[in-house]
Design a protein around this ligand. Structure first.
Ligand code: PMP
Length: 311
């Protein structure tokens, strides 16, 4: 049987086993379902026709971030970090997909119990793989708005933890923007400075320097953000600065773009109906986007170690 005719294999890992996604179900009494006490990752796999394989981008870094965040949520699971990587690879390979995918590992408080604690509540790991193309437009430039919803403070629900419950904040901001006819939202901190997008980090180009908000700005310290910073310095010789950004700096800078696993590198063409730079994706955004796409598709030998082949 040709591989394209094959019935896709299990696309979920649940309670220690590989199962079809429809069999991966939790009880309504699950702690994480009641209190949002889960930690998750979003990882992309890019189909590479040359190798006829999916290349998983920066798998190690995603698993490392997840496992480090266990400490915030007092989580312990039987699987080791190496096993978590293995599960992501196996699920992707077994899925039979021959297109770009998205891998969603979740570590969640699986105990069937009441009470909003984190300590002493059992945790489990599950994971699934789905097909995923572009999540936001990456070509034309996005029309975005500053949300009226503020980013959660690190001392309330830490964005860095990537907790399931904290995505209410992202959902409210993004929904508000979309309902008002925009593509996406920029979210400010309680002090009025910029944090990030609803589920993506933000960069601006000003005076030839690439600027992004620091890890202390209530952001998720994105793996794509780190990738962009590294590529910008190493390949484009750009100076990269992490510092607080005022909302109005975004109106007067040369270029703005979002980045994230889902968003990839998505140029912004207007903010609050004000044209940014020239109103179309700027040269730095475009160069970084080209570089990024070549790296994630395994076409840049120097960065090939960031791509884990599935299968
Ligand atoms: N910020 C938030 C709030 C996000 O949800 C994401 C997506 N995971 C990002 C930033 C980008 O992070 P990464 O590049 O690691 O996907």
């Amino acid at each position: 049987m040709a591989s394209s005719d094959m019935i896709p294999g299990p696309t979920a890992y649940f309670e220690g086993q590989y199962v079809p996604i429809e069999d991966a179900k939790v009880s309504i009494m699950t702690h994480a379902f009641n209190y949002g006490t889960g930690l998750f990752e979003g990882i992309r796999g890019y189909y590479c026709d040359q190798d006829d394989k999916i290349l998983i981008f920066r798998l190690r870094e995603h698993v490392d971030r997840l496992v480090r965040n266990f400490n915030i949520m007092c989580m312990e699971i039987p699987e080791t970090a190496e096993q978590l990587e293995e599960i992501c690879v196996n699920l992707t390979a077994q899925s039979g997909f021959r297109e770009d995918v998205y891998i969603r590992p979740i570590c969640y408080k699986s105990q069937l119990s009441l009470g909003p604690q984190v300590k002493g509540v059992e945790s489990s790991f599950c994971c699934y793989v789905i097909k995923l193309g572009d999540y936001v437009d990456v070509v034309k430039g996005l029309d975005v708005a500053v949300a009226s919803w503020r980013r959660l403070a690190d001392n309330a629900i830490p964005s860095r933890a990537k907790c399931t419950g904290s995505y209410i904040n992202s959902a409210l901001a993004s929904t508000e923007a979309r309902q008002a006819g925009f593509d996406e939202a920029i979210v400010l901190r309680e002090d009025g400075t910029v944090a990030e997008g609803s589920a993506m980090n933000i960069f601006m180009v000003t005076g030839g320097v690439l600027v992004t908000t620091p890890p202390t700005a209530d952001i998720l310290v994105g793996i794509t953000r780190n990738t962009v910073m590294e590529l910008a310095e190493a390949e484009l010789g750009l100076r990269v600065v992490e510092r607080p950004i005022a909302r109005t700096e975004l109106y007067v800078c040369d270029e703005v773009f979002f980045c994230g696993t889902g968003a990839q590198i998505a140029p912004v063409r207007s903010i609050d109906r004000r044209i940014v730079g020239g109103g179309s994706p700027g040269p730095v955004s475009k160069q970084l986007q080209d570089l990024y796409f070549s790296v994630v598709h395994g076409r840049a030998p120097k960065y090939r170690e960031w791509c884990t082949p599935a299968g």
